[in-house]
Design a protein around this ligand. Structure first.
Ligand code: BGC
Length: 352
């Protein structure tokens, strides 16, 4: 009996010593085991490939495996595809979903379904509806940025004139808020605007529409490109119409073709967003919420009023060099292309 007690005591000591040993560290933090985040964008475009670069960079910095940070975009603006993709990942029980809702009203019910299933839901690039289940919106203050674009146009057209507007959505809040900001900035001036034309994030259609606006209004004084491919579409149409010095062009974003347009002098100014940061911070925030809790995550990331404002840069020929140097310093790429970049095909196939 005594022998048995001694043996049991020894066993207990061995077990206690083992429990006190430091656990072997895996490359991923223990709390991240089983962590999966999905970032859902809007279309196949260099703008979104740069968002994906941000997603990848964050995953690398956080020690996540490739399949722990998933990125998805439909070929072009497609609300049904976004909804279906959300449903797929809700069923898989991922940790968090960050989405750029092409139509915030249409996406809210499925976002709610995700939140009710315990998934962390945030938005990026395009804000959600008011009182959304989205915990945080990470992106540009689109109304303010639209105003910045309008102010650039005011400087370019001091004597006023007719301005055309091309955009990729009549429902996405970023398109609506940018347009409103632009219109408010030029209010009371001699600038007049045409009804915005909508290409649904189809760049070929954007060019057709820009061409038809220019042929209907051959004396067009200015053009405003609301989404990333609208500037280049206007630039091509303006060049083809032989109006490079006559039609002033203000647009959004700083993809390679836009930068080339600025160098050539066909694009006068662009409002560059910080979409790399939108991708990076979406992954970082969801990771911090999952591992440290909402309050600590919000504090660490500086969330204010449910928003992380990523900010914008206005680029013209005059400051292009400094802008590119600043990106280089931060290690953010600025040769943007979709070459070699495709949305994850297996996911595209799921809703085809
Ligand atoms: C917008 C995105 C859009 C992208 C490409 C950007 O300006 O912020 O919502 O998908 O352009 O069209």
């Amino acid at each position: 009996m005594k022998k048995m007690n001694v043996f049991l005591c020894m066993l207990l000591i061995v077990a206690m010593v083992a429990a006190c040993q430091p656990k072997t560290q895996t490359p991923t933090a223990p709390a991240a085991t089983g962590f999966r985040v999905v970032v859902i964008g809007k279309s196949v475009h260099p703008y979104w490939s740069n968002v994906e670069k941000g997603v990848r960079a964050a995953a690398k910095d956080l020690g996540l495996a490739d399949d722990q940070a998933i990125f998805f975009v439909p070929p072009q603006e497609d609300v049904a595809a976004q909804i279906q993709t959300m449903q797929t990942y809700i069923a898989q029980g991922v940790t968090g979903i960050a989405i750029a809702p092409s139509d915030p009203n249409a996406l809210e019910p499925v976002m709610k379904q995700a939140a009710e299933a315990g998934i962390i839901v945030t938005t990026l690039d395009t804000p959600p509806v008011e009182n959304s289940v989205s915990l945080v919106y990470i992106g540009t203050d689109n109304y303010a940025a639209g105003k910045v674009a309008g102010e650039q146009m005011l400087k370019l057209l001091p004597n006023g004139g007719l301005v055309g507007i091309g955009r990729g959505s009549d429902t996405a809040l970023n398109a609506l808020q940018r347009t409103q900001g632009f219109l408010d900035a030029i209010k009371g001036s001699k600038i007049q605007t045409l009804e915005p034309v909508n290409d649904r994030e189809d760049s070929a259609r954007a060019l057709e529409l820009a061409n038809s606006v220019l042929s209907a209004h051959p004396d067009l004084a200015g053009a405003f490109g609301v989404y990333a491919y609208n500037g280049p579409a206007w630039a091509t149409a303006i060049k083809e119409a032989g109006r490079v010095d006559k039609t002033k062009l203000v647009c959004f974003d700083a993809t390679t073709d836009i930068i080339n347009g600025i160098k050539e002098g066909v694009i006068d100014a662009t409002v560059a967003q910080r979409e790399f940061d939108m991708g990076y911070k979406s992954v970082q925030l969801i990771y911090l919420i999952a591992t440290k809790g909402k309050d600590a995550a919000f504090q660490e990331m500086g969330v204010k009023g449910g928003v992380i404002d990523t900010g914008v840069d206005v680029i013209t020929q005059a400051n292009l060099k400094e802008y590119e140097a600043a990106l280089d310093k931060k290690g953010i790429p600025h040769e943007w292309t979709t070459a070699g970049w495709e949305p994850q095909q297996d996911e595209v196939d799921q809703w085809k």
